[in-house]
Design a protein around this ligand. Structure first.
Ligand SMILES: Nc1ncnc2c1ncn2[C@@H]1O[C@H](COP(=O)(O)OP(=O)(O)OP(=O)(O)O)[C@@H](O)[C@H]1O
Ligand SMILES: [Mg+2]
Length: 240
């Protein structure tokens, strides 16, 4: 057994709930939803951590406008605070340089990052997961046993078909699914709500396409005041 796995249990022992924000297709809003969810939970007074585990295209630091100075060490690496949220990402170590990880390197880097990061007491740790159900996702499930999955899908049949496959896989391996969020909704009809019902997954709500969102990325105050973030705020009670 990899000895780092028992260190991860120790590192996360004071974290009450771990939410993996996940979905199969790229560009469906996993990162913006992870950041907005962390901010909205923090606004409610919860102690929140945010971990960007997408090593190929880390984005959360851009959305939050986080400064990239090397994190402080203290018998581990202390997750730096960004506007009240404890934030950890591979970008603190690779900065803006490309990081061409191979399969096994990604798994190793994820386990290493989980083993070295000090979160201390948290009510919620939100994880921005890598897309899909490849090695990175499976290794994260193996390393963090207490995760619940928050699935994201757009109304596209293509997005839904792969999310459905992911949901079935999670059920098969007994990983809890918190529910599903429909993102970039256009029109009033919710295709995902109907599909979630058929699959027996809790539907948490829809988020409309917000044309102003892009211009607010990088400024947390403006970002948390967008229609997008407010809609996430309405979904938060369904998650808590
Ligand atoms: N509801 C929305 N309204 C408007 N724009 C949105 C919405 N949701 C996401 N976006 C935009 O879509 C783009 C992709 O979002 P994001 O990067 O969060 O997706 P992702 O699933 O994390 O992608 P990747 O798989 O590459 O990590 C971003 O430019 C984001 O601002
Ligand atoms: Mg992303």
């Amino acid at each position: 057994m990899d000895p780092r796995l028992s260190i991860i249990d120790e590192r996360l022992k004071e974290v009450k709930r771990i939410i993996a924000v996940s979905g199969c297709k790229g560009g469906i809003g996993k990162s913006v939803i992870s950041c907005a969810l962390a901010l909205q939970l923090s606004k409610l007074g919860y102690k929140v951590g945010l971990l960007d585990l997408d090593f190929f295209s880390p984005s959360d630091h851009i959305i939050l406008g986080a400064k990239l100075s090397f994190p402080e060490e203290e018998k581990g690496i202390v997750a730096p605070e960004v506007s009240g949220i404890k934030f950890m990402s591979i970008v603190y170590f690779i900065e803006n340089k490309p990081a061409p990880f191979r399969g096994i390197d990604v798994s190793n880097a994820i386990i290493e990052l989980l083993a070295i990061t000090l979160w201390n007491k948290l009510d919620f740790l939100v994880i921005d997961m890598p897309p899909g159900i490849g090695d990175a996702t499976l290794d994260t499930i193996r390393a963090i046993k207490r995760m619940g999955f928050l699935l994201i899908s757009t109304q596209s049949k293509l997005s839904w078909e792969s999310t459905k496959r992911m949901a079935k896989m999670l059920k098969e391996i007994n990983v809890p699914i918190i529910g599903i969020i429909e993102n970039m909704q256009k029109g009033s009809d919710s295709f995902i709500e109907k599909q979630a019902k058929l699959l027996g997954i809790r539907f948490l709500g829809s988020i409309e396409f917000d044309e102003k969102l892009e211009s607010k990325l990088g400024n947390m105050k403006s970002f948390s005041q967008t229609k997008f973030s407010k809609q996430i705020g309405k979904i938060v009670p369904n998650i808590c």
